[in-house]
Design a protein around this ligand. Sequence first.
Ligand SMILES: Cc1cc2nc3c(=O)[nH]c(=O)nc-3n(C[C@H](O)[C@H](O)[C@H](O)COP(=O)(O)O)c2cc1C
Length: 164
Amino acid sequence: MESDRSAFIDAMRSVASSVTVVTTNGAAGRYGATVSAFCSVSADPPTILVCLNAESRIAQHVIENQNLNINVLPQNADHIAQRFAGAHDKDIEDRFDNIPLNTDDVPSISGATVLSCEVDQVIPSGSHQIVIGKVMSVAKANNQPLTYYDGAYHQVTPIAVGAV
Ligand SMILES: Cc1cc2nc3c(=O)[nH]c(=O)nc-3n(C[C@H](O)[C@H](O)[C@H](O)COP(=O)(O)O)c2cc1C
């Protein structure tokens, strides 16, 4: 017997995640969206996954373009997370408008750690598409990550691990 949907969503509010913007460019055009369902799959070879709502424009663009950049946002970029979650879509036609980018091809957001990927596999699961990406290059930014937890953005605070 599967879990009640609202109990599942409530439980997931207690999971803290990094906040990324998935960007893509190619035959389908340039697009980007905020995604927290991102994780490392394997280092041999370097592989990641993201879970994208199958109905979303980002899923359709990534699958057609066969590429994606994972932009891991720094902690001061909550406004960029909101922009790419569509919060300003009514007022701003292009989500990339005035967002500082390092590249014009597949967009890399300035200040983010960027993993540039080719689509390796797309696996449908429930309402989402699991997109598995082969990591072709990385650009690390030494910034603290923006975090999403309990429906709000947070900063991470280190804990000094005590002696046993
Ligand atoms: C913090 C945060 C995390 C999100 N994580 C995901 C995610 O992991 N997968 C997803 O499909 N949408 C996620 N979303 C929602 C998308 O950003 C939003 O629906 C976006 O507009 C994509 O829809 P579109 O591609 O049709 O524009 C998240 C939104 C926020 C604010």
